[in-house]
Design a protein around this ligand. Sequence first.
Ligand code: BTN
Length: 254
Amino acid sequence: QRDLTTRTIGRTIRMLDTVDSTQRVAREWVAAGAEEGSVVLAEGQTAGRGRMERKWHSPQGKGIWMSLILKPTVPIHFLPQLTLLTAVALCRAVKQTIPVECGIKWPNDLLIGGRKTAGILLESSAEDERLRYVIAGIGVSVNLTEEDYPPELREIATSLRIAAGHAVDRTELLQTFFKQFEDLYDLYLQQGFGPIRTLWEASSITIGRKVSVRSASGDITGLALGIDEHGALLLQLDDGNIKPVYSGDVEARA
Ligand code: BTN
């Protein structure tokens, strides 16, 4: 790692060719004693997983498909904050690498021009209400061309290459992400969620919009005001009441 300037994040990287899912490899590695900051990186995934039981399209050599292992000593209810932190770090890394405007759709989708470019999936294990480990699964569509997307994704997804108009160096983006993540993670462990919350709100495309959130417990529609100190999305309902939403899928309303 020639240019790696981070202390822990990305210090140890396991680089694989094709795997089912880097999340599975990371979980086994944690069980075998992987240290905080260890990363599993694959060229391609045959069974990449997304949030809400969805599949994640991970063609060979075209993206960053990785799982980052974290061991923060915080209570389990801090998990949503780590999700948001990861999205902020990724958004900043993208902006630092190519001159595009990326925005975060709550909680942690990265969009360019309204199309999804990266996704984050956090999986964790806890003991006595404290996190034992977190595996941050990160998928960035870096160098996919239009033809690399199946028809059903063409309208709703894009890649950094399509957005920038040229191929993007995956290694550079990865190193920039590690640095951004480590800086924000240090800040978070020292100062709590406050600074991250401000950064997240500034990069969000959800705040200030009328949205519908679809979740297991039904749909809720309201004006997205911000996020609270736990990372929940604050929705102002038509009756004026403000409701925190902890998980779900956001859809913009007219
Ligand atoms: C989402 O937006 O639904 C989250 C997508 C997360 C995809 C990444 S790719 C690397 C890691 N391994 C997986 O199987 N999924 C995550």
